[in-house]
Design a protein around this ligand. Structure first.
Ligand code: PGA
Ligand code: ZN
Length: 422
């Protein structure tokens, strides 16, 4: 049986890709194996996510400091981790949950706990002498189809677009490297089109462009044209499109969606709109098309277009195995986004993947809008074998760190299959 013993657990406050503080956790095992993790942070968060601990001291980073979370790692969590020999990561993660004592990890902070969990996983893999993507359990190794967020709106950009993410999914590629090249080439074609139309080519938080366009239809037209400009076929045989409207962000108190310059749409009208978008554009996947508390609407949306497109639950599921299990029962969505810090440990993330796998819900492993150069999710996506990842644009260091790690894995494991499993 495996056994793991740590001799050092440490943390410091570093900056994320938005210039906001986050944690870097470092650990070392008694055999010298090192582990490190940079903790991601979202902007359009689900209300049921595990709680990210921030200092709230207005004199530092306008209250966003994480010195309290750092201190929890260096004291309580370090004492726990150093105090025992561990049979595996699941045992360590369970002990951290117990020590925290809350449902939502609000006492010690999901940011502290997930940082230790990710760093510990890396160290355990190193101690066992295997790459993280081989050490984590799952159906892999399989290289995922990258979903490149090329136009940003919503909470990720200061433009008029309500929809948060417009993504390219090179489903027709046959290798990860070809998919990455397709994404990068179409990204440049989008820049050229926007510049040619006199549009600003500045970027949003995930490295996608943030044009001054008002409607999703206008963006989708640019994407389809740019895919063709770059020499690819728009659609599932070439480069398809995925959306993350992140619609909880534009839902009004009365339950209506404020959409396209202030038009208020009911849930049924939103569903009609998605059906029309799917008819008109080569969209293969829609994430958070409806708000996290609109469960009845989600069930209707799933019944209406769930046989034609992937419907991914993000804010509504928050990578929570129990919530996903309920959704499966209620036929809500047909796929799930997977984010480590939404649930707060690697073990619970793996459990969420497992619930999905058993229910036949595809999984898409995801970054957050606030990132570091940590590439843990690249390895996680390969290990899970889920065949899908989203990590923002094929540009900006913190986004391409994941894609470049996947290139390295593909080179190291040439026999691993690529793409969404059939
Ligand atoms: P977030 O958004 O990381 O800002 O929460 C990402 C998403 O909604 O998928
Ligand atoms: Zn989302």
């Amino acid at each position: 049986m495996a056994s793991y013993r740590f001799e050092r657990v440490d943390a410091m406050e570093i900056l994320d890709s938005r210039g906001r503080p986050t944690l870097e956790v470092t650990v070392q095992m008694t055999d010298g194996a090192p582990g490190r993790a940079g903790v991601p942070s979202g902007a359009s968060t689900g209300t049921r996510e595990a709680v990210e601990l921030r200092d709230g001291d207005p004199a530092r980073f306008r209250g966003a400091g994480v010195l309290g979370a750092v201190s929890h790692v260096r004291t309580e969590l370090a004492k726990l981790v150093l105090g025992r020999t561990w049979a595996g990561l699941d045992e360590l993660d369970a002990a951290m949950r117990e020590l925290d004592g809350t449902e939502t990890k609000s006492r010690l902070g999901a940011n502290s706990i997930v940082g230790v969990s990710m760093a510990a996983a890396r160290a355990m893999a190193a101690s066992d002498g295997v790459a993280l993507y081989r050490w984590l359990p799952g159906d892999g190794p399989r290289l995922p189809v990258p979903h490149f967020n090329v136009v940003n709106g919503g909470a990720h950009a200061p433009n008029r677009l309500e929809f948060q993410e417009f993504m390219l999914a090179p489903l027709g590629a046959t290798t990860f490297a070809d998919a990455l090249r397709a994404g990068a080439e179409v990204y440049q074609a989008i820049r050229a089109r926007l510049a040619g139309a006199g549009q600003p080519t500045g970027l949003g938080d995930e490295g996608g462009f943030a044009p001054d366009l008002a409607t999703p239809e206008e963006v989708l037209e640019v994407l389809v044209a740019a895919i063709a400009d770059a020499g690819y076929q728009p659609g599932r045989d070439g480069v398809a499109i995925a959306l993350d409207p992140a619609s909880s962000e534009f839902r009004e108190a009365g339950g209506r969606y404020r959409y396209a310059q202030g038009t208020l749409l009911s849930t049924d009208e939103m569903i009609d709109r998605y059906a029309a978008l799917v008819d008109r554009f080569p969209i293969w996947s829609i994430e958070d098309g409806l708000a996290e508390d609109d469960w009845d609407g989600w069930a209707k949306l799933t019944a209406r277009i769930g046989d034609r497109v992937q419907l991914v639950g993000d804010d509504i599921f928050v990578t929570n195995p129990a919530i996903i299990a309920t959704a499966v029962e209620r036929r809500v969505a047909n796929a799930a986004l997977i984010k480590l810090n939404q649930v707060g440990t690697v073990t619970e993330t793996l459990q969420a993947i497992d619930v999905c796998r058993k229910a036949g819900y595809p999984q898409q492993v995801s970054h957050r809008s606030g990132e570091t150069t940590d590439s843990f999710i690249a390895d996680l996506s390969v290990a899970a074998g889920c065949g899908q990842i989203k990590s923002g644009a094929p540009a900006r260091g913190e986004r391409v760190a994941k894609y470049n790690r996947l290139l390295a894995i593909a080179a190291e494991a040439p026999g691993a299959p690529f793409g969404v499993p059939a």
